[in-house]
Ligand binder design. Structure first.
Ligand code: AP5
Length: 234
């Protein structure tokens, strides 16, 4: 069997609505394949925390649960994908989110990132989850500010109320997980990001999987899709 942390994996794109489990599953992919997670939500939140010009522009947009304009996204994504740790592949969590971003990414991957002789086409996995389950996942989500571990007070609670099992830090609620914002985020997904799934479906690249199962079952399914996509490494 190929060494999963040495072979080329190529881009793995996780699509799905807020709460579908993109972040949760990205961490499993990182652990198994040794490729980095590129979460555009995390990149934007880092920019906000650091008070950069991008962060100042993104802050109010994200607080309303809307999408940040495409033109603001391209620079941060391009900069991150050009870093050395992306050469064997990467998992994209939260990008592309509009058909414009999907077209931009295809053009970018054509010309950058990979040595042409080793280029792997992206594997695009869409996580399908029932609407009511998404509401439970988003209203119950908590994260550890120290180690980044995700919990859910309804579905995957910590052992001790509101504290991280690993380091005991007090768990945080994400600013955009307030109930009044959640339906707006899910609507933004319906209106914009579903078109991204259509874009990849039309190219025969979309693999839709049932993500309304346990974390472990979804992870096993994702690993099988990645391994079948590129069995011996690219
Ligand atoms: P972003 O940070 O990308 O958030 P999102 O897409 O709204 O997705 P989430 O992080 O909410 O959900 P997830 O699918 O990662 O689920 P998770 O694994 O955490 O984006 C935030 C904002 O940034 C956007 O609204 C937008 O403004 C902006 N933005 C980002 N990218 C952009 C772009 N490309 N263009 C424009 N704007 C952009 O899981 C959720 C919960 O469920 C957790 O509690 C978890 O423990 C639990 N859970 C997960 N899987 C399971 C399971 N199988 N069973 C039970 N519980 C589970």
């Amino acid at each position: 069997m190929a060494n999963e942390t040495a072979r080329n994996i190529g881009p793995v794109i996780l699509l799905g609505p807020p709460g579908a489990g993109k972040g949760t599953q990205s961490k499993q992919i990182v652990d198994r394949y040794g490729i980095p997670q590129i979460s555009t939500g995390d990149l934007l939140r880092d920019n906000i925390a650091q008070g950069t010009a991008l962060g100042l522009q993104a802050r109010s947009i994200m607080a309303r649960g809307e999408l940040v304009p495409d033109e603001l996204m391209y620079g941060i994504v391009a900069t991150r994908l050009r870093e050395a740790d992306c050469k064997r592949g990467f998992v994209l969590d939260g990008f592309p989110r509009t058909s414009g971003q999907a077209g931009w990414l295809d053009a970018f991957l054509e010309t950058e990132v990979f040595d042409k002789s080793k280029k792997c086409p992206p594997v695009v996995i869409q996580l399908l989850v029932d609407y009511n389950q998404l509401l439970l996942r988003l209203t119950g989500r908590r994260s550890c500010p120290t180690c980044g571990r995700l919990y859910n007070i309804h579905l995957q609670p910590p052992l001790v109320n509101e504290s991280c099992d690993v380091d005991g830090s007090k768990l945080l609620i994400r600013e955009d997980d307030r109930e009044e914002l959640i339906s707006g985020r899910l609507n933004a997904y319906e209106q914009q990001t579903r078109r991204v799934a259509d874009y990849y479906r039309a190219q025969g690249r979309l693999v839709a999987i049932n993500a309304d199962r346990s974390v472990g079952e979804v992870t096993a399914h994702i690993f099988s899709v990645i391994d079948e996509h590129c069995p011996g490494g690219c």
